[in-house]
Design a binder for this molecule. Sequence first.
Ligand code: NDP
Length: 310
Amino acid sequence: MPVNVLFSARPALWPVYEPLLTRYLAEAGVEARLGTEFDPDQVDYVVYAPNGGLLDFSPFTRLKAVLSLWAGVEKIADNDTLTVPLVRMVDHGLTQGMTEWVVGHVLRYHLGMDRHITIQDGVWAPDAPPLAQERKVCILGLGALGEAAARALASLNFTVTGWSRTAKDIPGVTCLHGPDGLREALSRAEILVLLLPDTAATENALNADTLALLPKGARIINPGRGPLIDDDALLDAFNAGQVGHATLDVFRVEPLPPDHPYWAHPNVTVTPHIASETRPATAAQVICENIRRGEAGEPFVHLVDRALGY
Ligand code: NDP
């Protein structure tokens, strides 16, 4: 009997994913029917993004798994109506895009690019930037995205420190973990990159106390999630000179309201949640591999720990 796969995401994505999912499921030897509408009690797998609007999974009585198109699962991880495995997206294209975005913004700060791109004032000020090994970069979150960014920055010779919940060993990166490691990690963050998930434990990870642990004038790059930062504390830290500048891609409310102080703040660059996105060509393969695994009775990859929220 074919498996029924419901695609519940932004409708504009369906024509993009439909041929890819059809092809990769066929290649995996899985007989499947794909669509954007099924009777809920006929659905085996849901390919899911929050903007598909699906909130109540209780009518999905034969569901085997929900396969998220997004890496961040904070909008579904605590959904009580979901009682089957939840799998998040780890996609090569998404990872590569994030690495490029992080490296680009780190280099902007490291090289002091703004000085010469935005100000052509006739002043000849030949202050050459230091070499990368003289620049301390810290990444909070060493998962799929944080580790890849850390490795790329280390390959450019930056002095890279990373922090995660559990211990890690990444060549060229000083890996710290747990609450004790955070204090040291932040002290090594001339440029700080946030790639933590949005969970109860990470909310306001950057607050008045932790911002005070950064080297004075630190730069912050947040492609993780808005709630990682206490916004009022960050605005205070700009005023105090404790934080020099921030590049913020994600916010508590998106789109960021036009009257939000970040838009006009001289110390902030706002980008509209574009750091990286799931790439259908590679993501469809990940989805299909998990459906194949589900049908073969093998464990899913990239399973979310619902208790931890990521
Ligand atoms: P992962 O789940 O692979 O990695 C999360 C990392 O955060 C892990 O290293 C984990 O530690 C660490 N972590 C989680 N909780 C804590 C904690 N309480 N204390 C310390 N460390 C913690 O996620 P990804 O790398 O795939 O993605 C990270 C986030 O990036 C996503 O959740 C999403 O919010 C964001 N994102 C943003 C995009 C954008 O365009 N702006 C695009 C895609 C994702 P451990 O390894 O020990 O478990």
